[in-house]
Ligand binder design. Structure first.
Ligand SMILES: CC(C)(COP(=O)(O)OP(=O)(O)OC[C@H]1O[C@@H](n2cnc3c(N)ncnc32)[C@H](O)[C@@H]1OP(=O)(O)O)[C@@H](O)C(=O)NCCC(=O)NCCS
Length: 104
């Protein structure tokens, strides 16, 4: 996902996971805003782009974050996602991933 051209490409790396639900397949975005760029609306813009792409074809946009990642969970709640489940060992053995979703 690219936002605002190459200048913002550096905002992406990994950690905040965004899943675009399909019937048989899933598209998986990895989103991470560099700490020096946090709080400027970049994360919101990335999620809005994922919403646009997803809701053109699908009913739900799913995201997940590690249960200990309070920043990511607060960010997703602020953007209107609601918790729908917990997924032990999804990303790392012994850790719990929190699944959230938002409908169009
Ligand atoms: C979570 C993350 C994607 C947010 O991106 P961002 O560009 O800083 O967020 P935005 O500036 O777009 O903020 C969008 C909204 O979320 C809210 N928000 C962001 N971080 C928040 C936090 N920690 N707690 C509460 N609300 C938060 C903002 O207040 C904003 O709402 P507002 O517009 O009503 O003020 C970014 O901070 C990030 O990538 N963090 C690192 C990821 C991480 O935690 N990695 C750990 C290793 S897995």
């Amino acid at each position: 996902m690219n936002v605002g051209g190459s200048g913002f490409a550096k905002a992406r790396t990994r950690c905040v996971r965004t899943h675009v639900a399909h019937a048989m397949t899933a598209q998986h975005y990895l989103v991470h805003v560099r700490s020096e760029l946090a709080g400027r609306g970049i994360g919101r813009t990335l999620i809005e782009q994922a919403r646009t792409e997803t809701f053109a074809r699908r009913r739900w946009l799913f995201v997940s974050a590690d249960a200990g990642n309070r920043t990511a969970l607060a960010f997703y709640r602020k953007l209107g996602f609601r918790r729908v489940g917990r997924l032990p060992d999804l990303v790392r053995e012994g850790q719990i991933e929190i699944l959230l979703r938002q409908g169009r």
